[in-house]
Design a protein around this ligand. Structure first.
Ligand SMILES: Cc1ncc(COP(=O)(O)O)c(C=O)c1O
Length: 395
C-alpha cells in the first residue's frame, strides 16, 4: 500500500488511503514524453477506441436540449430503468429501477458500498492481486483487510476453499471481481455456485465488480447475484467506461437491495449531488441502442491478446498465460531475477514502455507485471520489440 506524504496536518485517516498507480505512471510517462522520449502506453486501463458515434450524438443532442441541470441523486429515472433492464437481460434475474444508483463512474460504488456497510474492525475479503482501491477503501474506513489469492496455477480463478477458510463471524463484505483486473481471470460458474451456497445462509454482503463483464473471450460471465438467496445481499458494480469506451464520461452504476440503494443515494447527495445529466441521457442510448460496437471492440481485443501473449512468451524470462477476460495480461517475470517494480521502472525509463508492476495490485503481485492491451497491434508489437531488445541487452 503506497501512501502519499504531505506537509499539511491531515486527519489521521488520510494515512490509510492508498492510490491507483496507473495514474502515477501515466504522469511519469507524460513527463518523459515532455523531455522528448517516445513512450508506448500499456499502463492505463482504458479502451483506446472512440466512444461509439450514436452515444456521442445522443450526448450532443442532450446538451442542445438543455440536459445541463442537476438531476436526482440516484440518477435519471430513464437511465435507472435502462440499467435495471440491462442487468435483468444479461444476468437473467429480476432487477428494479429502485435498486439502481447511477454514479460518476463505477468506482464510487466501491467507496459508497464500503462506507455504508463496513464498521471499524469488520472484516472484508478482497482479491490480492486486485484493484488497489478495494484495499485502500477498506483501510480508510477502518475495516480489517483480509486478502485472498488468485493464483497463476489456478488460471487466476478464485480458490473458493481459501475464501471459505477466511470467513469468520466478523466477515461483513466479500469483494469479487470477474473478469479480473489485473490478471484477466474469469470466475467459473462452478466456483461461484459453491461460494453462493455457503454465503446464502450468512449475513455477509458481496460487492461484485462486473465492470469487464462484456469483455470475455472464452466461457461466460457469471454473477453471484444469479444464485438463490444472493441477489439481496449482492451489490453489482457495473458501468460504461470499459464496455462503451466511456472512461472520461464518468458514469457507472450499482444494483443493490432497495434499502441499501437509498443509503447509497444519500452518500451521492452528500458528495456529488448527481451524475452529469447529459452523460446519463447518452447512457440510455448506450444501453438501449445498437451493441455492434461492443462486439467489434471485443474482437479487436481478442486479436491483440494473441499478439501480446505470443510476443511476451517469446521474451526470455517472461511467461504469460492467456487471460480469459478484460484487456490485461499478467506475465510472470520471476525468471528475469528483477523485482516487478525494478523491471517496470527500467522498462519505462530505458525501453520506453509504460506498464505496471504487480505489487501495484497488492503484495501477491510480486513477480508479475501488468500490461494493458488496449493499444493498437502496431504499438503492442513495437513495445514487444523494445522489451525483447532491452532484456537481451540488460539481463
Ligand atoms: C476492476 C475495476 N473496477 C472498477 C473500475 C472503475 O471504472 P470507472 O470508475 O471508470 O467506471 C475499474 C477501472 O479501472 C476497474 O479496473
Amino acid at each position: 500500500m503506497h501512501t502519499l506524504a504531505s506537509n499539511v496536518r491531515l486527519a489521521s485517516r488520510m494515512n490509510r488511503l492508498g492510490t491507483e498507480s496507473a495514474f502515477e505512471v501515466l504522469v511519469r510517462a507524460r513527463a518523459l514524453e515532455a523531455q522528448g522520449k517516445e513512450i508506448i502506453h500499456l499502463e492505463i486501463g482504458e479502451p483506446d477506441f472512440a466512444t461509439p458515434a450514436n452515444i456521442v450524438e445522443a450526448a450532443t443532442k442532450a446538451l442542445r436540449e438543455g440536459w445541463t441541470h442537476y438531476g436526482p441523486s440516484a440518477g435519471l429515472p430513464q437511465l435507472r430503468e435502462a440499467a435495471a433492464a440491462d442487468v435483468a437481460r444479461h444476468l437473467g434475474i429480476p432487477a428494479d429501477p429502485s435498486e439502481v444508483v447511477i454514479t460518476p463512474g463505477g468506482k464510487p460504488i466501491m467507496f459508497f458500498a464500503i462506507l455504508a456497510l463496513v464498521e471499524e474492525g469488520d472484516e472484508v475479503l478482497y482479491p490480492n492481486p486486485g484493484f488497489p482501491i478495494y484495499e485502500s477503501m477498506v483501510r480508510f474506513v477502518g475495516g480489517k483487510e483480509i486478502p485472498y489469492g488468485l493464483r497463476e496455477d489456478h488460471d487466476f480463478d478464485v480458490n473458493v476453499e481459501e475464501i471459505l477458510e477466511k470467513i469468520t463471524d466478523r466477515t461483513r463484505l466479500i469483494i469479487l471481481n470477474s473478469p479480473h483486473n489485473p490478471t484477466g481471470g474469469v470466475m467459473g460458474r462452478e466456483e461461484v455456485s459453491r461460494l453462493a451456497k455457503v454465503l446464502a445462509g450468512r449475513e455477509v454482503f458481496v460487492l461484485s465488480d462486473e465492470i469487464y463483464d462484456r469483455l470475455i473471450y472464452e466461457g461466460e460471465h457469471t454473477s453471484i447475484a444469479q444464485f438463490p438467496g444472493m441477489k439481496e445481499k449482492t451489490i453489482i458494480l457495473n458501468g460504461f467506461s470499459k464496455t462503451y469506451a466511456m472512461t472520461g464520461w464518468r458514469m457507472g452504476y450499482g444494483v443493490m437491495n432497495t434499502d441499501l440503494a437509498k443509503q447509497v443515494t444519500l452518500l451521492m447527495t452528500n458528495s456529488n449531488s448527481c451524475t452529469a445529466s447529459f452523460s446519463q441521457i447518452a447512457g440510455v442510448e448506450a444501453l438501449r441502442g445498437p451493441q455492434d460496437s461492443v462486439d467489434k471492440m471485443r474482437e479487436e481485443f481478442r486479436r491483440r491478446r494473441a499478439v501480446i501473449v505470443d510476443g511476451l512468451n517469446r521474451i526470455p524470462g517472461f511467461q504469460c498465460r492467456q487471460p480469459h477476460g478484460a484487456f490485461y495480461v499478467f506475465p510472470n517475470i520471476r525468471q528475469t531475477g528483477k523485482s516487478s517494480r525494478e523491471l517496470a521502472d527500467a522498462l519505462l525509463t530505458e525501453a520506453g514502455v509504460a506498464c505496471l508492476w504487480g505489487t501495484a495490485f497488492g503484495d501477491s503481485g510480486e513477480g508479475y507485471l501488468r500490461f494493458s492491451f488496449a493499444n493498437s497491434v502496431e504499438n503492442i508489437q513495437k513495445a514487444l520489440e523494445r522489451i525483447e531488445a532491452w532484456v537481451k541487452k540488460s539481463l
